[in-house]
Design a protein around this ligand. Structure first.
Ligand SMILES: NC(=O)c1ccc[n+]([C@@H]2O[C@H](COP(=O)([O-])OP(=O)(O)OC[C@H]3O[C@@H](n4cnc5c(N)ncnc54)[C@H](O)[C@@H]3O)[C@@H](O)[C@H]2O)c1
Length: 256
């Protein structure tokens, strides 16, 4: 398939990461002009540098640009949205994908841990929605996709601060969807299950992997493209009657 996002300008945060980079590649292949942000645009062992990703997309005939961007800072959001509008003339879609994970028990959590994860995962999503609305209104409407998690739906027995942010993202999504429906802006959440990305590699101890995967009815990690397909659908006009919902992509994890 191609051209499902023809002419749309799509912004993706945390685009160096596993799920963000997969979205960037697939959205560009579907005809979108993609504007990519990340706090670490230079990449790392498990993160693709944004320049490399943009070059790869451009070499395949796509249109991609990037900017260093910290989702927890309001002035960084203003610069990110303004630059996208200046470069591409409009903003149609925002994937609020950036996020961090903390594999700690309740008693291990410090106040600093809590503030850090709330600032990125929760405040970052709120600021993204807040800042993008005027640009989407100028474009005649839009689609916002917020990254929650299965751990915004069910408990995990660990990582309570992370879970608090993902539960908040689901409810902020529903509230914003109601608030923005009159502006022709749809707001939906994606709830990924387990995906072997930088987040998993750098934050979840290896000894926890097997027990976690055993809880997935499909008995495997998801593949980043399996998230990207869902994001393309929510970004496209195919989902024009869908707002305020959760799209759960988890191999059945939340079924039992
Ligand atoms: N991988 C999973 O199993 C999983 C499961 C459920 C939900 N999620 C969610 O999916 C989203 C993407 O996760 P991923 O697996 O690709 O993780 P990842 O670690 O591979 O990518 C996350 C990206 O966000 C960037 N980032 C971190 N802090 C930032 C900030 N302040 N500003 C801008 N960028 C920042 C990182 O540099 C990284 O490139 C996250 O919101 C995550 O919580 C992932």
């Amino acid at each position: 398939m191609a051209n499902r996002l023809n002419g749309k300008v799509v912004l993706i945060t945390g685009a160096s990461g596993g799920l963000g980079a997969a979205q960037a590649r697939m959205m560009a292949a579907e005809g979108a002009k993609v504007f990519l942000g990340d706090i670490a645009p230079e990449g790392s062992k498990y993160l693709v540098p944004l320049k490399t990703l943009c070059d790869e997309i451009t070499a395949k005939g796509g249109d991609a640009k990037y900017l260093q961007h910290d989702v927890s800072q309001e002035n960084s959001w203003t610069e990110f949205i303004n630059t996208a509008e200046k470069l591409f003339g409009k903003v149609n879609v925002l994937s609020n994908n950036a996020g961090i994970y903390l594999h700690k028990t309740l008693t291990e959590h410090s106040v600093e841990d809590f503030h850090r994860i709330v600032n990125v995962n929760q405040l970052g999503v709120l600021l993204g929605m807040k800042t993008v609305v005027p640009a989407m209104e100028r474009a005649g409407g839009g689609s916002i996709i917020n990254f929650a998690s299965i751990y915004g739906i069910v408990g995990a027995g660990i990582s309570t601060a992370y879970q608090s942010t993902k539960g908040a993202v689901r409810l902020m999504t529903k509230s914003a969807a109601m608030e923005l429906v009159g502006k022709n802006i749809r707001v939906n959440a994606i709830c990924p299950g387990m995906f072997d990305t930088n987040l998993f590699e750098t934050s979840v101890p290896k000894e926890a992997w097997e027990p976690l995967i055993s809880l997935v009815p499909m008995k495997r990690f998801g593949k980043p493209d399996e998230i990207a397909y869902g994001v393309v659908f929510l970004a496209s006009d195919e989902s024009s009657f869908i707002t305020g919902t959760d799209l759960v992509i988890d191999g059945g994890y939340t079924c039992p």
